[in-house]
Design a protein. Sequence first.
Length: 425
Amino acid sequence: MEETPRTPVITIGLNAGQATFDYAMAELKNLVEANHMTVVEEVQQALSRPQPGTYFGTGKVEELATIVADDGVDTVVVNDELTPSQIRNLEKVTKARIIDRTGLILEIFANRAQSREAKLQVQLAKLQYQLPRLHTSASQRLDQQTGSGGGGGFTNRGSGESQTEISRRTLQRAITHVNHELKEINQAAATQRQQRERNQLPSVALVGYTNAGKSTLMNALVREFGKSDEKQVFVKNMLFATLNTSVRQLTFPDQKKLLLSDTVGFVSQLPTQLVKAFRSTLAEAANADLLVQVVDYADPNKEAMMATTEQTLHDIGVTDVPMVTVFNKADLTEATYPSRAGDQLILSAQDPASIALLVQTLKEKVFHNYVTADFLIPFADGDVVAYLNDHANVLSTGYEATGTTLKVELQDTDFNRFKQYVVTP
């Protein structure tokens, strides 16, 4: 089956002397590819700040229009978020569709969304993005983008009311409706989190740049320590392969258990609308006992990616959760792995020794509430012995005339629960 042809586009960017400009343009190309487009030409201009009306300077805009005509493309993708007037003016001169960086990322998210929650979150972000842009040509496609929910508003046009005012009211009603649906979903998700918290299991959240290998790492851990009936999370070598937060329980051989979540990946200049819309999805990170920032160690821009991750976490209010940094994909570099220096690990998610080092680190960081004690449990209380064998790390077992002796590493809550059986040295 032949692949659908990719849409040819021209990418443009304004170089105002920022150190990360080349990286941002390379990332824009990756985003374009992720949206089933292909870059046929890149246009840059060195300018201290964007022109208020046209982003590029007048001469450069005319040059862009010529390139658009010569290349026969009908889409231009811009490396920054544009104002409504900039989009309108560029479209007028170039006769091409103008997509700014925010619009591009929103399109990608819309194509990737699978669950109802993700679809609603993306829909909310798109509506909030469209609201101040009703004067642009994009508003002419409003009823196609917002779906049937905005149908009736255009038939009851008030005296002297402009089309823009009607469109704005339609969008606001749609935003209210989507917010209401998301609120119901968020309440259900919060209830699930509360239930997990009552189980007193520590939680670890994988965070980081999109395509850094978070899902691959999670699958490796789930295969080794997850329940046999738990599904693997979706993995593909592309930006934003998954938008859902997946939570899995891991049980290690010593009966220590934790909850591991895989969150949506980040990207530089992640649209504010998306950060706000996905705040509830990212609540798993905000409520975690430990964050594991996964970094593509083979990517030359990894430092910028780490800065983006930390800024995004700050934007969603995650500021005081302990973090371990995992430099993944070391198998694509010359580095020796697995290795650890403090809270930084170099590893490969494909390597069993790397997974073992990560597990050792996770245990060290999250299982602070464990104690080791000796128990003497009467034979009549065999259910206690069975519980400890199922929920604790039994280091040794023996038998005396009065009952079963156990040396056990267990949570402090279980220690207090069975304190009556503790043998005082």
